[in-house]
Write a protein that binds this ligand. Sequence first.
Ligand SMILES: Nc1ncnc2c1ncn2[C@@H]1O[C@H](COP(=O)(O)OP(=O)(O)O)[C@@H](O)[C@H]1O
Ligand SMILES: [Mg+2]
Length: 268
Amino acid sequence: MSAETTTGTLPRAADGDIVLDGVGKAFRRGSAQAIVLRDVSVTIAGGSLTTIVGRSGSGKSTLLRIIAGLTAPDAGRVVRDGADVDGPRQDVRYVFQDYGQSLFPWARVRANVRFGARHGGVPRAERAGVADEALALVGLTDAADKYPWELSGGMQQRVAIARALASRPRVLLMDEPFGAVDALSRATLQDELLDVWQRLGLTIVLVTHDIDEAVYLADRVLAVDPGGRGLCADIPVTLPRPRSQVTTRESPEFLAYRRELLTVVMGT
Ligand SMILES: Nc1ncnc2c1ncn2[C@@H]1O[C@H](COP(=O)(O)OP(=O)(O)O)[C@@H](O)[C@H]1O
Ligand SMILES: [Mg+2]
């Protein structure tokens, strides 16, 4: 990927692979234990964009939470930068689908984003600059003085992404981040995310139930088996970048990935 662009006070993330080694997880269901994930071993390359697909309830969010250190696995481990991930880390940010609940309604957009900078340990004197830069990255400079509830859903989700970026993460974990926005806004947000990813050199892991979105964004797609058998597909996506909502999505290669993944996921 092209990563030559520098971005002022937001640092380019250094590479740092995320290694999942034999990860397993079960939850109590009634009197029994239901296995959700079994023996998931995968190395997510630092600076890559990985998407996770699977049926509802297959364990996508659980896997993402384990990567985040928010949920402990029952078996195996997650290692990043040579150390076990056994709790949330300062340089990892989570973006949820439900942006409406994640933003502070009483604070203007700029203040919401500045809060991210504070959360990320940015010194007070630098917070305003970092917030403005993060807002510019997602095209929200003109909305800085508005309140979140004055904005459309797509713009609110941009604020949530800007707030995450303002904390200067190296890893962005996103759980169905565009699930609640309309199709056209969603396409725009996808392209903006790819742009930010390339400019900052982030490692992104994104959960989606949308196979097309998964292929369009990814370097690699992981599919989670709904029967608790672990990953049922691990597909590197070598479509050229930059990708285009028009030409990429109609290319034979895109359609072949789409078909392969649909076959796996529909067959599970
Ligand atoms: N904290 C929890 N306690 C009990 N069961 C859970 C918990 N979190 C998830 N589960 C169960 O694990 C399975 C996978 O959930 P989840 O990871 O949220 O799936 P997905 O994100 O793919 O829809 C579901 O059956 C869900 O009910
Ligand atoms: Mg989920």
